[in-house]
Structure formats: C-alpha cells, structure tokens
Design a protein around this ligand. Structure first.
Ligand code: ADP
Ligand code: ADP
Length: 248
C-alpha cells in the first residue's frame, strides 16, 4: 500500500529552482533515506509532504507545482493546499534537527503533547491527561529507553536523549509515517547510532514508514534499505542502498 506519492513536483524560490520534477512513491513499511548535499532540496521536499511548504502565503516564493498525496489524501495540487492535509498531518510524526521540544516541560509532558490530536479541547487546555494517556506515554518512553527520565525537564537531557523524546512523541501520536529532517545532524556518532537504531526498530516492528533526510552516505547505507538521492533539486538515484556506490 502506497503511503506517499509525489508527482512532478517543482518548487521555485526567488532565484533558484529548488525541486525539479520530483517524483517519489513510498510504500507502507519502507525506510527511505533522502540523501544529498546541503542545498540539494531534501528539507524542502520533506516539508512539502507535511504541507509545510506551498508558497501561496509567503513573499518571495511562487506556489509549488505538482501533486502530493500522503496516506491516501491530497496534500497539495498545483500550488494549492488541500484541506485534507489535516488528516494526513495528524498521522504523520515530524522529527526536526533541533528536536522542537518544549524545553521547560517534563519529558513525559512533551510525549503527551503527541496525543493532543485525540484529546478533547477542554482537557488539552487544562493540561489534564487521562491515566490511559499517561500509560501510553510511559510505554512510548520505554520504547526509546527513557522511562527513567519521565519526570526530568527536557533541558536536562542531552541532544541524543531529546531526539529520542521527539520519537516517543511521534509514537504517542500513533503516527503511520515518520518524516525526520536531519535527525542526527546535531548529534555525536554514538547518539546518532542510537537514534537511527530506534527509527529502524520502530520501522521494522511497527511497520511505520520512515523517510529520513541525511547528508552522510554511510548512515543511509547502513540503516535504510532504499535511498533517494537528490542533486540540485533533482532525483538522480532511487534504489536499493547497496547499489548506491555503483550509481554515483
Ligand atoms: P537541503 O535540505 O538539501 O539542505 P533545502 O531544501 O534546505 O536543501 O534547500 C534547497 C534550496 O532551496 C537551497 O538552495 C536553499 O537555499 C533554497 N531554499 C530553501 N528554503 C528557502 C526559502 N524559504 N527561501 C528561499 N530559498 C530557499
Ligand atoms: P536545512 O539545510 O537544515 O534544511 P537551512 O538552514 O537550509 O535548513 O534552512 C533553514 C530555514 O531557512 C528553512 O525554513 C528554509 O526554508 C530557510 N531557507 C533556507 N535557505 C534559504 C534562502 N536562501 N533564503 C531564505 N530562506 C532560506
């Protein structure tokens, strides 16, 4: 079953063509690396998948052109956002290079935020979560090996630990897809391996599709069976990661 479909996506910024006729199709359960040097368009492509770029609101950039569908609903069509993006966004966990956690809240509270989609408004406004939600959040923390840190403030954690909290938040969200934008770019090698091991593990065990942008070939080859490589906004390789060396 196809969970992501991108057809003929073009994105122009003021003075550059950031994505050129990009096509991408991802099946449920795949783990795909988006690989390429800085400025090749990885982040722009990933952000399109979650309806974070379209171009009709901001100065300086023209609407994107093309078609994007995620989890069976259109995200954008020829430069216009589709209202259905909400449906796919709720089921898409997004991981950022700089974690995007609320640093003055506890680890557990940050994970609970992932469940807000399914929380009645009055509860989320008063910060009340059910026991079942707290248990679910604790399970997610156990999954990333941080159950012992539940009551700590996020600001006391290392970068690698914070990224694991972000993954737990995506699990709490019951994401069907995880989009990770340079999740290990700010981490040391050991933390990078732990974070990639966790992403790989939830991909294999939960069947969650993972699309992860990376600029290092070695991590892509080691963790992702499939690599999509971008160069100046164009897909120049899409295939099994073991064929990457011959293709480049
Ligand atoms: P990568 O993630 O591979 O580093 P990006 O997707 O961030 O690449 O950027 C692709 C190209 O688009 C770069 O040339 C970058 O400068 C440009 N770009 C990205 N975002 C914007 C923006 N908001 N305004 C103008 N140019 C942008
Ligand atoms: P990354 O390389 O990690 O994807 P960047 O540092 O390239 O991130 O971009 C960070 C932010 O700046 C993004 O929101 C991106 O859209 C914006 N940006 C990137 N390049 C440009 C640019 N040339 N002009 C304006 N904004 C840009």
């Amino acid at each position: 079953k196809q969970v992501i479909s991108v057809q003929q996506l073009n994105k122009h910024f003021a003075n550059n063509h950031a994505l050129k006729n990009v096509g991408l199709s991802v099946e449920q359960g795949e783990m795909v690396a988006l690989l390429g040097p800085s400025g090749s368009g990885k982040s722009t492509l990933l952000r399109h998948l979650n309806g974070l770029v379209c171009g009709d609101k901001t100065v300086n950039d023209k609407p994107s052109n093309g078609y994007i569908e995620v989890l069976g609903v259109p995200v954008q069509k020829n430069g216009k956002f589709c209202k259905t993006v909400r449906a796919s966004r709720c089921q898409t966990g997004y991981i950022f290079q700089q974690f995007n956690l609320v640093t003055r809240l506890s680890v557990l509270q940050n994970v609970l935020i992932g469940g807000l989609n399914s929380t009645p408004l009055w509860r989320s406004l008063t910060g009340r979560f059910t026991l079942a939600q707290k248990q679910q959040a604790m399970n997610a923390l156990e999954r990333v090996g941080l159950a012992d840190f539940a009551t700590q403030r996020v600001s006391n954690l290392s970068g690698g630990q914070q990224q694991r909290v972000a993954i737990a938040r995506a699990l709490m969200q019951q994401a069907k897809i995880i989009l990770a934008d340079e999740p290990i770019a700010s981490l040391d090698p050991e933390s990078s391996r732990i974070v990639m091991d966790i992403l790989s593990d939830i991909n294999k065990k939960e069947g969650i599709a993972v699309v992860v942008t990376l600029h290092q070939v070695d991590y892509a080859v080691r963790y992702c069976p499939r690599v999509v490589a971008l160069k100046k906004g164009e897909v120049f390789f899409d295939g099994p990661s073991e064929q990457l060396d011959e293709g480049t």
